[in-house]
Design a protein around this ligand. Structure first.
Ligand SMILES: [Zn+2]
Ligand SMILES: [Zn+2]
Length: 124
């Protein structure tokens, strides 16, 4: 896997766009109530260091204070779920579906499975 390539991503309408120049974590599926409510299903997110992450367009970006330790970034124009940012973290979680093209990533594990919806099965 080549992490040297710059990866890009955006929301549906393009008013939030970003690029990543470093390694991306394998994807975690989070089935917690917050992730279910914000995505409409569950959150599949990768993660990148702030050092490697840059917002290219942020006119649509709005942050929602979702808890006392984290906020969620979405596009206020098209409604896309994009980011989860823990206040004290030096990395940002990025919704995998917003990455452009092939990611080379896989869903590595699932968390908060006990909160998963009853209309789907979690593999493995
Ligand atoms: Zn948008
Ligand atoms: Zn979650």
């Amino acid at each position: 896997m080549n992490h040297k390539n710059t990866k890009t991503g955006s929301c549906l309408c393009g008013e939030v766009a970003y690029e990543i120049t470093g390694p991306l974590r394998q994807i975690i599926g989070c089935h917690c109530i917050q992730c279910r409510k914000t995505t409409g299903h569950f959150m599949a997110a990768t993660n990148a260091s702030h050092d490697d992450f840059k917002l290219v367009t942020e006119t649509g970006l709005k942050w929602y204070r979702a808890s006392d330790f984290a906020k969620r970034g979405f596009c206020k124009t098209c409604g896309a779920t994009l980011f989860w940012q823990r206040d004290d973290a030096d990395s940002i979680s990025i919704a995998a579906g917003t990455l452009d093209g092939k990611t080379g990533l896989k869903i590595d594990r699932h968390i908060f499975c006990e909160f998963a919806g009853d209309y789907y099965d979690i593999e493995e």
